[in-house]
Design a protein around this ligand. Structure first.
Ligand SMILES: Nc1ncnc2c1ncn2[C@@H]1O[C@H](COP(=O)(O)OP(=O)(O)OP(=O)(O)O)[C@@H](O)[C@H]1O
Length: 788
């Protein structure tokens, strides 16, 4: 699938076709945000879309030919840092995932329940690991290490489906001097969030079950909350935005309408079967476009580091209080450590409690699910066994019925065969009987015909005898009755014709009867033969049919027996499965026991943690008391120190005032002395009197004292005094041993004086030396400050 990506940003909109490259997506949706981050804004890039649509590919791909937006953004940030020149930059990276409503640090996977807090600068993840990254390579290595810790899984929709929301964070800190000659800096902090949202998925479509289904539900829930927040932010009439309903929306609170510039990448699939999800994703993007944000540059003056510098200076100045401070600091640190340990322990305890509760809930849930599954499986097995038994019974019944049918069929076949045989035998017997009957009938007919013939013969004989008798009678009568003879002869001829006719008739009848009997006998024989043949054919057919039926029934019987055997095997398998399920159930019970034991152990651990917590609390209280005591001592020391400083300041101010007054006096005296010197010079030039020189020397002694008091009052460093002495020596041959350092004056020793030893030339040199020195004293900043 090579889906198109719709890039929606809150300020602009762009639709990229499937052929668009990763560089196109970066240029359209990410580069403007990265540039803003370098300028000190908060920026967010979110990838949204159905599971498998290409969000992770778009953001996190590190394949050389399809580098994703995150590595590109990191590269651009480092390029921007390099371009920044003298501005001091630091880049920090964090990487977390939100999995089943728990925030896990992908750079420190053992931190798996981080909390979101809100401060002046917005929401942040407390305790997340922030790694300072100096090079792009370090950043990419951390990214890959984090990706390895990310939760992914094989699903029906995506072979490597992200089961969590991943949030990649880069913080760019830029420090720049204010430019007023002070140590004060201007700090700009730009934060870049790149969010790879887990993909929405329809359980019906993905077919996820068990853990995958729970993950999908959690993902869908947080995405629904994200949608609700966006709807509320886009609706001016909405009064409540449910940011707190999920960790995702809480973390993205600033990005969804606060201080951030946000860009949304909507990844959609071009496959027809995903059209519904694609339309929903686009509708989400359209709603998101109505959200407005209030971005501003995160800039502030770095008073903290200035304060730190001042504190350092103060620390140096107040070395006297250092031991107490160090102790107080150590105590404070220890207290803070204790507090953070306490907080950590409280978090750990809370997390442990939560984990124990979740484990217990999970174990109870698992046990219930297991019980349910076991009950369902047992029920299913029972019903399957019952069904199989019923089927076995039915098959057995069928087999018995088939056997009975076979027997019945065999019996029927046997009886039919017997019947047919009987019928054949009966037909044969009937045929034989018919033949016999026919033969007998023929014989009877023949006998009857013979009898008839005999009777006819007898009749003929009787008729012949009667005729002979009648001939005789006739002859007698002929004799007696000639006429009657003729009549008798005629009658005889007539009788003879009748006899012949009767004989012929009798013979004809006999022949007819014989042929008829023979025909009937033949017909009956034919019929009997046909019947026997038909009976034999029927018997053969019936036998064939019976054989077919028997073989069919035998086949059915075999199939029934095979089915019965198969059913028996399935029953065996099911029984084995029941045993296995019982084993599983035993294992599950053992696992449950182990979980309960682990729960007990964890409870014990929780109690131990509570004990440690209480001990920590006690120790913290002791430490707090000790800290308070030391703080009291330290405060007292600070008060003393402050009083001492004020006292010193007063003395210095008094000295400054005295110095200033002395300076003014010295100036006026210097003026009058110069005037006197000029007058003396004039007088010397005029009088060339030695007494004038003496006067100058005496006045110079006074001047010398004035200079010394000025030097002492102005706290001239020893080196200046030494250089003065050196200069004086160079100019006037004054020995360095004649000068004393002003430090002694500060300490309240006797007023320093310049040695009066030395020649007139040295004194004049000193006077000459005094003028440049005065110049230098006037031009030193210290003098200026003191004067001020
Ligand atoms: N534009 C693209 N070009 C080439 N392959 C892509 C593209 N988009 C996505 N793929 C590929 O599709 C598969 C799924 O993409 P991907 O894992 O990025 O999806 P996803 O939206 O992050 O899914 P999920 O929400 O389940 O994590 C991956 O194998 C990926 O390489």
């Amino acid at each position: 699938m090579d889906p198109p990506r719709l890039v929606e940003s809150l300020s602009s909109r762009e639709v990229l076709p499937p052929s668009a490259s990763q560089a196109d997506v970066y240029a359209a949706a990410v580069r403007p945000i990265v540039e803003d981050v370098l300028a000190g804004y908060n920026g967010t890039v979110m990838a949204y879309g159905q599971t498998g649509a290409g969000k992770t590919h778009t953001l996190s791909s590190v394949a050389p030919e399809t580098i994703g937006a995150v590595p590109r953004a990191a590269a651009e940030v480092f390029a921007g840092v390099q371009r920044g020149g003298e501005d001091v930059h630091a880049v920090y990276m964090s990487y977390v995932q939100i999995y089943m409503e728990l925030i896990q640090d992908l750079l420190a996977p053992e931190s798996e329940n981080l909390q979101i807090r809100e401060g002046e600068a917005g929401v942040f993840i407390a305790g997340v690991r922030q790694v300072e990254v100096r090079r792009l390579e370090d950043c990419l290595e951390l990214l890959q290490a984090g990706d390895r810790n990310r939760t992914t899984a094989f699903t029906a929709m995506n072979a490597v489906s992200s089961r969590s929301h991943a949030v990649f964070m880069l913080t760019v800190v830029k420090r720049k001097p204010v430019g007023d000659g002070s140590d004060l800096h201007r700090v700009r902090i730009g934060k870049l969030f790149m969010v790879d949202l887990a993909g929405s998925e329809r359980l019906k479509k993905s077919g996820s079950t068990g853990l995958r289904a729970s993950e999908a539900k959690s993902i869908n829930l947080s995405l629904t909350t994200l949608g609700m927040c966006i709807n509320a932010r886009a609706d001016p009439a909405a009064t409540h935005v449910p940011f707190r309903d999920s960790k995702l929306t809480r973390l993205l609170q600033d990005s969804l309408g606060g201080n951030a510039k946000t860009s949304l990448i909507v990844a959609v699939s071009d496959a027809y079967e995903h059209v519904e999800e694609s339309v929903q994703s686009l509708a989400f993007g359209m709603r998101a476009m109505r959200v407005t944000t209030q971005p501003k540059v995160n800039e502030r003056l770095d008073f903290a580091s200035l304060a730190m510098g001042l504190k350092e200076g103060l620390g140096q100045a107040s070395a006297a209080a250092a031991p107490h401070d160090a102790r107080a600091l150590a105590l404070e640190r220890s207290l803070l450590a204790q507090e953070s340990e306490l907080e950590y322990l409280q978090h750990a305890l809370q997390a442990e409690r939560e984990r124990v509760r979740q484990t217990a809930a999970g174990a109870a849930h698992d046990r219930e699910a297991l019980d349910r599954v076991r009950a369902q499986e047992a029920e299913a097995l029972r019903s399957e066994v019952a069904a199989l038994q019923a089927e076995v019974e039915r098959a057995r019944g069928e087999a018995a019925a088939a056997e009975a049918l076979r027997r019945e069929e065999e019996a029927r076949h046997a009886s039919e065969c017997a019947e047919l045989r009987g019928a054949a035998a009966a037909a044969a017997a009937a045929a034989e009987q018919a033949t016999d009957r026919l033969a007998r009938a023929t014989e009877e007919h023949a006998v009857a015909a013979v009898g008839a013939a005999r009777r006819a013969e007898a009749e003929r004989a009787a008729a012949a005898a009667a005729a002979a008798e009648a001939q005789r009678a006739l002859e007698a009568e002929l004799a007696g009755l000639a006429p009657r003879l003729a009549t008798a002869e005629q009658q005889l001829a007539g009788s003879r014709r009748l006899q012949d006719m009767l004989t012929v008739q009798h013979e004809q009848q006999l022949a007819e009867l014989q042929s008829k009997a023979e025909g009937e006998l033949r017909a009956q024989k034919e019929a009997a033969r046909g019947e026997i043949f038909a009976a034999q054919e029927g018997a053969a057919r019936a036998e064939c049919e019976a054989r077919d039926t028997i073989s069919r029934l035998e086949g059915e019987l075999e199939r029934s027996q095979a089915y019965g055997r198969e059913l028996q095997q399935r029953v065996d398998v099911l029984e084995a499965e029941i045993l296995q399920a019982a084993d599983h159930s035993a294992h599950a019970a053992a696992a449950l026991r182990a979980a309960n034991e682990s729960l007990a152990r964890e409870r014990e651990l929780g109690r131990a943690l509570q004990r440690r917590l209480a001990a920590g609390e006690r120790s913290r209280e002791t430490m707090a008391a000790s800290w308070r005591e030391h703080k009291r001592v330290s405060d007292a020391a600070r008060t003393v120190q402050r009083a001492y400083r004020a006292y010193r300041l007063r003395i210095i101010r008094d000295q400054a005032h005295a110095g200033s007054r002395a300076l003014t006096d010295a100036r006026s005296r210097l003026g009058s002395l110069a005037a006197e010197r000029d007058a003396l010079a004039r007088k010397r030039r005029a009088d060339l009197a030695f007494s004038g020189q003496t006067l100058v020397r005496e006045n110079l002694a006074v001047l010398q004292e004035g200079v010394e008091s000025i030097v002492a009052a102005f706290l001239l460093p020893a080196r200046d005094l030494k250089s003065l002495a050196r200069y004086a020596q160079k100019v006037g041959g004054q020995t360095p041993g004649g000068l004393r350092t002003p430090t002694s004056a500060v300490r309240g020793e006797a007023t320093p004086t310049l040695s009066r030893a030395g020649s007139m030339t040295g004194t004049e040199g000193l006077i000459r030396a005094f003028h440049p020195l005065m110049q230098s004293v006037r031009s030193t900043p210290r003098a200026t400050r003191l004067k001020d």
